[in-house]
Design a protein around this ligand. Structure first.
Ligand SMILES: [Zn+2]
Length: 275
């Protein structure tokens, strides 16, 4: 699916949901006989059990109570996966602002916590994110990403504090200790907060950003630029604590569990519990 118009019809989306939850054979969860589709009334019928089933309300599904159409669900998912702005989603899907934010939160709630343990060559850095309604107070986001030849990158992120506390040696060290395997090589800038990494079991290499030497840490610099662009699209660049926390989980999943962001069907297959 390269754009929204390629998303299948409402009936097809409804059938995809049924197949994910009740298998390709549409088996009844109780007697395994084949369920009959009633698209007009949006349910599946088991002739043996004489019971109705719905993919969106089966066994505590996170889609329970869904009021949007199956095609709208697929469109919302696709827009979220492709990092569309909130305004663009409202226009494309034809739903209200609260509906978009509610569904994006629901999608994020399904993401696994993918905080990884990084190994090998790891590049670490901090970046500023602006708080809402605040002139000076900023969040410090600290990140570490692997850079091993022939390997997909793995990303760890944490809000380490505000502009006064977020770059202190002890918070940076505990972030590295929690997310990087001892014995790894940690590459950073010259910030003093990283200088004692060899004392806690890491190899350390530092480069001078003030001299314009960004080449050694550019993988993490790249993470900041995409993250900031995405956060501006969603929240206009100013962000609340819980929004930034959710965005960190989403961003780790975007890097560490790429398959969840490939297509609506893949996301639903991973997150809907089949019977
Ligand atoms: Zn049955």
């Amino acid at each position: 699916m390269s754009n929204l118009t390629k998303i299948p019809s409402n009936k097809k989306c409804w059938q995809y949901l049924n197949n994910i939850v009740f298998t390709d054979e549409l088996s009844c969860p109780v007697c395994s006989s084949q369920l009959q589709e009633n698209y007009l009334r949006r349910y599946l019928w088991c002739r043996i059990c004489r019971k109705k089933y719905r993919a969106t309300s089966y066994k505590g599904s996170w889609l329970y109570g869904m009021k949007i159409s199956p095609r709208q669900l697929f469109c919302l998912l696709w827009c979220w996966q492709k990092k569309k702005s909130t305004e663009a989603i409202i226009t494309a899907v034809g739903v209200s602002y609260p509906t978009v934010t509610r569904w994006l939160t629901r999608f994020r709630d399904q993401l696994p916590d993918t905080t990884p343990l990084l190994e090998g060559i790891v590049k670490a850095d901090e970046s500023y994110f602006s708080k809402l309604r605040s002139k000076q107070n900023k969040y410090i986001l600290t990140g570490a990403v692997t850079d091993n030849i022939g390997e997909e990158p793995t990303l760890a992120l944490r809000i380490t504090g505000d502009h006064q506390t977020g770059r202190k040696q002890e918070v940076l060290e505990s972030f590295i200790e929690d997310t990087v395997t001892p014995g790894s090589l940690v590459v950073t800038d010259k910030w003093y907060g990283y200088q004692d990494l060899p004392l806690i079991g890491y190899y350390h290499q530092s480069h001078n950003h003030s001299k314009g030497d960004y080449s050694q840490t550019n993988r993490i610099e790249g993470v900041w630029s995409v993250l900031k662009r995405h956060s501006r699209k969603l929240y206009g660049g100013r962000i609340l604590t819980h929004q930034l926390e959710d965005l960190c989980i989403e961003w780790m999943a975007r890097v560490n569990r790429k398959e969840l962001f490939k297509s609506p069907i893949e996301f639903l297959t991973y997150t809907l519990v089949p019977f």
